[in-house]
Write a protein that binds this ligand. Structure first.
Ligand code: DGL
Length: 283
């Protein structure tokens, strides 16, 4: 941690645009901080990938942030945090501060007075069982039901939102009997705050809808403050990178961050190792 300076950037990553909801909360709360955002669009969605694949992508991205001189990394993806947070901490926890989106959201639920919580997330996150396990560790009697909603990420990435199609898909998920009588719904995927209003329209008014963007930004501020790593003067502009250029990504990033956005495709994977006997189809 010694080589990291307070004016070093913060690396934030997700498979796609979802992590922008977290990045936006961070930029709003900590306007002096420089961020490097990485959307792993070449491997999107993470939610239907194996834990091993997600771990591999996440560790590569963290290495890229370390090489870029980041002082902190925010895993702004529940799927990556669910399956790779411990590995990332193991590999890089001594080098820099590592924050994820699961822990602050778990704490928010644990500190609330809700009795039945619904968790909607990707298949990778629900399969990991991280939310029920973590919440029940502190509140064993709290009823936590988690449900995979795999159509939502592709729908949001393709900007099929706020229309009849998205409404039918959401209604189908939210009317699932498992979510009956919940008093809070966790948006346990960083893409979902982008359709928070649509979700709210389909839920009874008394259901609290919680997501991790603001709590993660606050958690990051506290940890940086604790380590005297807060930047007191902004020096550069924010950087937005993807592993595969996608015009919708650029459009949506610009909606979040305006003129600041210069989306760039970068190759962080290095030389690709083909399995023995197989050839690249580009050869
Ligand atoms: N936004 C991510 C998450 O929080 C990833 C979704 C995906 O790529 O499937 O889980």
């Amino acid at each position: 941690m010694a080589n990291r300076l307070s004016n070093s950037p913060i690396g934030i990553f997700d498979s796609g645009i979802g992590g922008l909801t977290v990045a936006q909360a961070i930029v709003e709360l900590l306007p002096n901080e420089d961020i490097i955002y990485f959307g792993d669009t070449a491997h999107l969605p993470y939610g239907d990938k194996s834990p091993d694949s997600i771990r591999y992508y996440a560790l590569k991205i963290c290495k890229y942030f370390i090489d870029a001189g980041c002082k902190a990394i925010v895993i702004a993806c529940n799927s990556a945090a669910s399956v790779a947070a411990y590995d990332i901490l193991d590999f890089y926890g001594n080098d820099l501060l590592i924050i994820n989106v699961v822990d602050p959201l778990v704490q928010e639920v644990v500190n609330s007075d809700v009795r039945k919580v619904g968790v909607i997330a990707t298949t990778a996150t629900t399969d990991s069982n991280v939310y029920p396990e973590q919440i029940n560790k502190y509140r064993p009697r709290l009823d936590v039901v988690s449900m995979a909603t795999p159509l939502l990420v592709p729908m949001i990435e393709e900007n099929i939102v706020h229309n009849e199609v998205s409404r039918v898909i959401l209604k189908n998920y939210l009317e699932d009997t498992r979510l009956k009588n919940i008093d809070a719904l966790l948006l346990a995927c960083t893409h979902y705050p982008l359709i928070k209003n649509e979700i709210a329209e389909l839920l009874p008014e008394q259901v609290h809808i919680l997501d991790s963007s603001e709590t993660t930004a606050e958690h990051l501020r506290n940890e940086l403050q604790h380590r005297t790593l807060l930047n007191d003067k902004k020096r550069k502009t924010n950087v937005f990178n993807v592993s595969q250029y996608h015009p919708t990504f650029e459009k949506i990033t610009a909606l979040f961050f305006g003129n600041e956005v210069h989306l760039q495709e970068v190759d962080i994977w290095g030389e690709h190792q083909w399995p023995q006997g197989e050839k690249s189809n580009t050869q």
